[in-house]
Design a protein around this ligand. Structure first.
Ligand code: CDP
Length: 231
């Protein structure tokens, strides 16, 4: 069976990762969470105190990029891969609000994007991959056979993310989560390099009214049709 590349982009907390993971499992493809890579670089900057008001371009972080090694390790118990930063599993820590609050500032920096896009293209070079993010269908894999763009209203997304964070034991309030989502939507869509936008040939899905099962059925159907057409 021929393998294709599936790019899933969209706004924060639209459930992209959930559907991307389900799809990768059903098709026996590799799943890559590109947002986890931007989050891991952000965590590195936080831990190493590289934020400085006098250095908005984060040049000290850029200078240390060669020291940051990212990889993924598949956990058969979970059924998906988790991210390692310099050999340490940081998959839980990168989901914290402290990282969410900073990640979009890190993701505007061209040198950081170039490094991560190179890694992403390398992981996807043999196809058979589902990758989710903001620029996968536009920049990372512009030739992907299937591109999906997921949206949902900010309130629905904030509610989902709020419940997810509570479930992880993090103390957050709903307003703070909503503010973070709106802020990231704005920065991600207006940045100079690789802004978040729907690729012209992407299929748009608004999942405000869809549950996880309905969304998965829809996306799996699209994937199967695309694979058949590419035979
Ligand atoms: O899970 P959530 O939707 O909150 O975000 P994420 O996929 O973990 O991505 C976190 C942040 O990384 C985004 O808000 C973007 O600023 C950045 N990002 C990006 O610029 N390009 C990507 N391909 C993926 C993420």
């Amino acid at each position: 069976m021929s393998k294709i590349t599936i790019a899933i982009d969209g706004f924060s907390s639209t459930g992209k990762s959930t559907v991307a993971r389900q799809l990768a499992n059903a098709l026996e493809y590799i799943y890559v969470d590109s947002g986890a890579m931007y989050r891991a670089v952000t965590l590195y900057a936080i831990r190493n105190k590289l934020y400085d008001e006098k250095d908005p371009g984060l040049q000290r972080l850029v200078a240390q990029l060669p020291e940051i090694h990212l990889s993924f390790v598949f956990d058969p118990r979970l059924g998906y891969s988790e991210i390692l930063m310099n050999g340490e599993n940081v998959d839980k820590e990168i989901r914290r609000m402290e990282v969410s609050d900073r990640v979009s500032q890190v993701a505007v920096i061209r040198e950081i994007r170039e490094k991560l896009v190179d890694i992403q293209r390398d992981i996807g070079k043999d196809k058979g991959i589902v990758m989710d993010g903001r620029d996968i269908g536009t920049v990372v894999f512009p030739d992907a056979e299937l591109k999906i763009f997921i949206t949902a209203s900010p309130d629905v997304r904030a509610r989902r993310r709020y419940e997810e964070l509570l479930g992880r034991g993090e103390k957050v309030n709903y307003e703070e989560v909503l503010r973070n989502i709106r802020e990231r939507d704005y920065i991600d869509s207006h940045r100079e390099f690789s802004p978040l936008k729907k690729a012209e040939d992407a299929v748009e899905i608004d999942n405000s009214e869809l549950d996880i099962g309905e969304q998965f059925d829809k996306v799996l159907r699209l994937a199967k049709e695309t694979i058949e057409q590419s035979l």
